[in-house]
Design a protein around this ligand. Structure first.
Ligand SMILES: Cc1ncc(COP(=O)(O)O)c(C=O)c1O
Length: 412
């Protein structure tokens, strides 16, 4: 049997186990298979431990402190800190006592800089910059409070194989060693800012599955991009770090962050990188399926109650329209995974208040039964559900609070 088939069968039996264990529980509910989570963690940490790198956890891809803390505790010291996604959220983590925070996105104003000042009164909370305006806000807030803020530069890793092209995400304008050195000098002039690192996130490698489920005709092109752009990534990240060293701008406590869950095996081998970011690969939203060589297991599911049976063969569940961010398309919808063979209806998709599902031939279901789904992305479901139930060894256990359950709002 081909590997895919075996994997599919293993998943189906796991999902049937989940479905059986759900009997009698209140619906809807979201749950984390912690055995799968621990398996994914061990797999994602492996390349870092083999190549002597550290790891940073992307909080956006979990948004559940109990899970984030579990990963840190089970990492045998490999996870050195968290990559947060807003200044407010960074402060919440500082107040919770987390050490070594890096806000992986630049501040949007003085208020963000002030939140970072507050975070730095409690812990070390660095922030990414890529423009003089970011430096101005941070320097002003830090000077006023007489508190030091560690600052990292963001190097754009997009691939430009031919003039006028850009393959990758749109993040930083800093592309060349000269660009990073110029902004680093501006930072060095500020007594309350400390240049502490450089991040080069290769999104066009880390974020592209090799065997995407939809639009599979694009898969060979994606694999080609990943393969062919890799040398450019290693060279440009290395040149940027070297230029900062030559300019005398790299001090002792220096870090270089790269990668994401989808690139751990490659990024761990880049000599300039000191730490790798992981996140999505722990819970594995279905957009994270199809990375060759990464045998990750889906760890996050939600179960909806069938509330109506509008016609034989179609059941309608309460809720479900939790669509993932990104370029809008069918791939952002959750997918029903149990009973095996269920599908969404193309005209309705997953709805704001209800989600119809077509049952496979020969499968009957009743009002009150559960349909199991996987979300497209890993983190966003934690903004919908207040808690996740832990599932391990065939049974449900503790319930843990998500950001929503804790009342944590990253955005205001
Ligand atoms: C700055 C940065 N680093 C790393 C990642 C990869 O995170 P994950 O492993 O959750 O895909 C992301 C994802 O968007 C990111 O924005």
């Amino acid at each position: 049997m081909p590997v895919e088939g075996q994997l599919g069968e293993k998943r189906a039996s796991l999902e049937s186990l989940h479905a059986m264990a759900l009997r009698g529980r209140s619906l809807p509910s979201a749950f984390v298979d912690v055995d799968a989570f621990d398996h994914n963690l061990a797999r994602l940490l492996l390349p870092a431990s083999l190549h002597g790198k550290q790891v940073r956890l992307a909080t956006k891809s979990l948004r559940c402190p109990a899970l984030i803390e579990r990963a840190v505790q089970h990492s045998a010291g490999l996870i050195r800190g968290l990559m947060t996604f807003t200044a407010r959220e960074t402060l919440l983590w500082a107040e919770r006592g987390a050490a070594d925070l890096l806000l992986g996105y630049p501040p949007g104003g003085l208020q963000d800089a002030q939140w970072l000042v507050q975070a730095n009164r409690r812990t070390r909370a660095a922030v990414i910059v890529d423009a003089p305006q970011h430096v101005t806000w941070l320097a002003s807030a830090a000077r006023t409070a007489q508190v030091k803020i560690p600052v990292w530069l963001d190097l754009d890793m997009g691939w430009r194989p031919v003039a006028g092209t850009h393959i990758g995400v749109r993040r930083s304008p800093l592309r060349t060693p000269d660009d990073v050195v110029a902004l680093a000098r501006t930072i060095a002039e500020e007594p309350f800012l400390e240049l502490a690192g450089l991040m080069g996130y290769e999104a066009h490698v880390a974020g592209l599955p090799d065997d995407g489920r939809l639009a599979s005709w694009q898969n060979p092109l994606k694999r080609w991009i990943k393969e062919r752009s890799w040398p450019d990534i290693v060279v440009r990240r290395g040149e940027a770090v070297q230029a900062l060293r030559t300019a005398g701008l790299v001090a002792g406590n220096w870090s270089c962050n790269g990668g994401g869950s989808g690139s751990v095996d490659r990024t761990a081998q880049d000599p300039s990188v000191t730490e790798i970011t992981i996140g999505s690969g722990l819970l594995v939203g279905h957009l994270f399926d199809g990375y060759r060589g990464l045998d990750l297991q889906p760890a996050l599911h939600f179960a909806l109650a069938i509330t109506r049976i509008p016609t034989p063969g179609i059941v309608t569940c309460g809720g479900g329209g939790w669509i993932a961010s990104g370029s809008a398309g069918a791939d952002r919808l959750p997918i029903p995974v149990w009973p095996v063979g269920c599908t969404l209806l193309p005209v309705e998709g997953a709805g704001e208040v209800q989600t119809p599902v077509r049952l496979p031939e020969g499968i009957a279901a009743e009002i009150g039964d559960a349909i199991l789904f996987r979300p497209a992305k890993s983190g966003e479901l934690a903004e919908i559900f207040s808690e996740y139930a832990f599932f391990s060894n065939g049974a449900f256990g503790a319930h843990v609070a998500t950001y929503r359950g804790l009342g944590w709002s990253a955005w205001g």
